[in-house]
Structure formats: C-alpha cells, structure tokens
Ligand binder design. Structure first.
Ligand code: SF4
Length: 93
C-alpha cells in the first residue's frame, strides 16, 4: 500500500517503526508507551486516526491508539472520535 501524502509529516516517519508495533514481547509486555506519547504531539494525528479506521488497520499504534490483530471495535471508536468522524452505526440486535 502506498503511504498517504500526510505520512512524511508524521513524527513516526523515518523513526524505528518497531516502536509502533503492538505485538506483545515475551512476558506479555508491550513497548508502545513511547510511541503513544509521540503520537499525542503529532501534527497529522487526525489524518492518522482516519486512515486507521478507513483501512481497518491492525498491529500498530495509530494516533496514540494501539490496535491488535482483531477485536478493535472500541479502539476504532476512539480513533473515530480523534478523527472527528461520526460514530459507527450500531447493528440491530
Ligand atoms: S499519529 Fe502517531 S502513528 Fe500517526 S503519523 Fe503521527 S506519530 Fe505516526
């Protein structure tokens, strides 16, 4: 996938992207705390959040939100709020 136009302005552009990986290390810990802190000051935070939602991204921290392989529904909701997107429609039960 081609990197979006805004990506070079992101604070993670050119950084060690392993810091944004959400896989758990042996012992169950993650190394994403620094990435989350950097995201808070990123000039493309809202673009990044929108990108993560619209591409159903996984496995990385986007806009300060750690996305796993699956089960990201509530985290996508947080990203939607960050991006200024309307809440997703709830499915009828
Ligand atoms: S918000 Fe975080 S993950 Fe997104 S571009 Fe910025 S630094 Fe990278």
């Amino acid at each position: 996938m081609k990197a979006p136009d805004w990506f070079p302005r992101g604070l993670c552009s050119g950084a060690d992207t392993d810091r944004w990986l959400t896989e758990r290390l042996p012992g169950g810990t993650r190394r994403t705390a620094r990435a989350k802190r950097l995201c808070k000051g990123c000039p493309v935070l809202t673009d990044c959040a929108r990108f993560a939602v619209t591409t159903h991204s996984t496995d990385y921290v986007f806009a300060g939100v750690a996305l796993d392989k699956d089960g990201n529904t509530q985290r996508y909701d947080r990203l939607r709020r960050i991006a200024g997107m309307p809440p997703r429609k709830k499915s009828a039960a």
